[in-house]
Design a protein around this ligand. Structure first.
Ligand SMILES: Cc1cc2nc3c(=O)[nH]c(=O)nc-3n(C[C@H](O)[C@H](O)[C@H](O)COP(=O)(O)OP(=O)(O)OC[C@H]3O[C@@H](n4cnc5c(N)ncnc54)[C@H](O)[C@@H]3O)c2cc1C
Length: 552
């Protein structure tokens, strides 16, 4: 042997991903304490070496399109590596898909959000069909007959892959197809046509430029019907067992999200059933988009947490210049800063999951809060994720740039949540719509911030600044679009601070307020590039909440 390997950090494996103080306290606070044992079981699975290997395999062996069988018949199937199916099985068995819609327990959506956040840290790509299946239910309820037919199968905790008649399967998955070549954000420019077939169904002809998880059983699709842009449910397999005429043209060769398949599809008189009122397609499908936005926030918070945990694990084991990296002052500031961003994202994501839970039970104030906070938080938290992951990657030095560490995959996946379900500008503009059209949502934001009033002077000042910005936009709506991103950031960071002040240890909330709110300069100052924290903070108390505990 010519050399021995020393001073390399062991891989982060064999830990409980759910051992996450910010997460667990939020779960308890928001009425889902009953799920904590299951959350830990899922966390141990997510952190196991076996699942880490499944994630690697599912991403290294990207899905393959099979357009035809060997006799030349169209089959339009996508073949996934067995590792994908194993990940999907765990996700669905744990009810990360539509299960909470059939669970009357208080906090069911909070419990599901926590599990989604934990399991995303095993592998993010397969969260796409899981999330779309969760989100389809509120939109599908606009067609009560279809909801009655399919909801029991969408909520069933059984992963039953393969293209078969939906009613003959033990569990279903759903996707959505809105985006077309000529415009994704501007769905009103959709050209796919829907012609009445005379029996209540419609025949769809056109194309979709992005359609993820094409092996789902059901899709919500937007198309131009005689009454205007409308929403339809399109099954992959028709009641007689034949394939619906949804032809997969090709799979996208994507930057990340490589375990998942995203395709271009052509509809050639594909059979679809109307959902919601004719001409109200956007209003109907937006119900699905809202829930997927929550999952974008949860998924991004999960990515940040996973990256920060990897960084802390590495820095705790690696010595540089005779001292553990984590104890080098410059690195301690970076790690604490990453921990702050991660904890703030997790805390807000779970607060929004609680709002979704209460809104699903008829709480109109919580629904109003969601209307404003989902676009704001989706905008800001998803935008922060690539920066957090890039910084965390660098904490591993060169090892972070190498595929064998999980970091390159996290980095490639990081921008995606910001693109889909309303890209950055689109969510910021949607926030403006919420402010203009839903005064109740502004009231709900004010009420939430008021709960933290008086606890921290910097937060009080920030809340005052936010009130001023909202008033300025109301006074000069012409300037609003230009200011929309700034407003989304300001609302989100102020809300995060308000939640941390109420629910996190003072070391965490104090450091967050000091670095993100002080001097009214948070946009250009600390918190934008990491590791530039002010003096005098209790960094060890901040960092220890995010550092993973590895059982050995
Ligand atoms: C991996 C992946 C999977 C996807 N899966 C699906 C799927 O399953 N189903 C589906 O329907 N779609 C899917 N999409 C598509 C995705 O939702 C769209 O790409 C996204 O909505 C943006 O639409 P676009 O690509 O047409 O870009 P555009 O709408 O052309 O937007 C381009 C840029 O312009 C900005 N912009 C748009 N309008 C304005 C405005 N008024 N003011 C200022 N800026 C503006 C946007 O924020 C964006 O930055 C997927 C995309 C990816 C990358």
């Amino acid at each position: 042997m010519t050399h021995e390997v020393i001073n390399q950090a062991p891989p982060l494996a064999g830990h409980d991903v759910a051992e996450d103080k910010a997460l667990l306290s939020a779960v308890d606070r928001h009425g889902a304490g009953w799920v904590i044992p299951e959350l830990h079981a899922l966390g141990v699975t997510a952190g196991s070496a076996g699942v880490i290997e499944l994630a690697r395999l599912a991403n290294e062996h990207s899905p393959v399109l099979r357009t035809h069988d060997r006799h030349g018949h169209r089959i339009d199937e996508v073949e996934f590596h067995p590792a994908w199916h194993q990940l999907m099985t765990t996700a669905v068995n744990h009810g990360l898909h539509a299960a909470p819609w059939a669970d009357g327990r208080r906090g069911a959506h909070v419990a599901r959000a926590a599990k989604f956040y934990v399991w995303t840290q095993a592998e993010a790509g397969h969260g796409c069909p899981v999330s779309m299946t969760y989100s389809v239910v509120p939109a599908l309820r606009h067609a009560p007959d279809l909801a009655a037919r399919f909801e029991p199968l969408l909520t069933a905790a059984v992963y039953d892959p393969g293209l078969r008649v939906p009613e003959g399967k033990r569990g279903l998955l759903a996707g959505m197809a809105m985006t077309e070549k000529q415009g994704g954000s501007d769905v009103r420019a959709n050209t796919t046509r829907a012609e009445p077939a005379g029996d209540g169904s419609y025949l769809l002809t056109g194309h979709k430029w992005f359609c993820s998880a094409p092996m789902c059983d059901l899709f919500l699709v937007l198309a131009q019907a005689p009454g205007g842009l409308s929403c339809f449910l399109l099954p992959r397999v028709l009641p007689d067992g034949s394939r619906n005429r949804m032809h997969i043209q090709r799979l996208k060769d994507k930057l990340g999200n490589r375990s998942n398949a995203s395709c271009e599809v052509e509809y050639d008189e594909a059979v679809a059933l109307p959902v919601g009122d004719p001409g109200r397609g956007v209003a109907t499908i937006i119900e699905m988009v809202s829930s997927t936005r929550l999952d974008c926030i949860l998924g991004s918070a999960a990515g940040m947490r996973q990256a920060a945990a990897e960084a802390m694990h590495h820095a705790s084991h690696r010595m540089a210049f005779g001292v553990p990296l984590a104890d080098q002052p410059a690195m301690a500031a970076v790690l604490a800063d990453l921990a702050l961003e991660s904890e703030a994202a997790t805390t807000l994501a779970m607060r929004l999951a609680a709002a979704a839970d209460l809104a699903a039970r008829g709480d109109s104030a919580e629904a109003a809060l969601l209307r404003l906070m989902l676009p704001a938080a989706k905008h800001w938290i998803c935008k922060r994720t690539p920066a957090v992951i890039a910084e965390a990657l660098e904490c591993l030095g060169g090892n972070g740039f190498v595929e064998e560490s999980v970091m390159p995959r996290l980095y490639r996946d990081a921008p995606l949540n910001s693109i889909w379900e309303g890209s950055g500008n689109v969510t910021a503009l949607d926030l403006l719509r919420a402010i203009a059209r839903s005064p109740a949502s502004v009231d709900a934001l004010s009420a939430e911030l008021a709960r933290a009033a008086g606890a921290d002077r910097r937060l009080d000042l920030a809340a005052g600044r936010l009130r001023g910005e909202l008033a300025a936009i109301a006074a000069d709506p012409g300037d609003a679009q230009y200011q929309a991103r700034r407003l989304a950031g300001l609302i989100t960071v102020t809300m995060q601070a308000a939640l941390l002040v109420r629910h996190a240890p003072t070391a965490v909330s104090g450091a967050f307020c000091a670095s993100r709110l002080a001097d009214g300069d948070w946009l250009g100052g600390p918190g934008v590039s990491f590791g530039m924290l002010p003096r005098g903070l209790d960094l060890a108390s901040v960092t220890c909440r995010t550092r993973p505990a590895v059982a050995r």
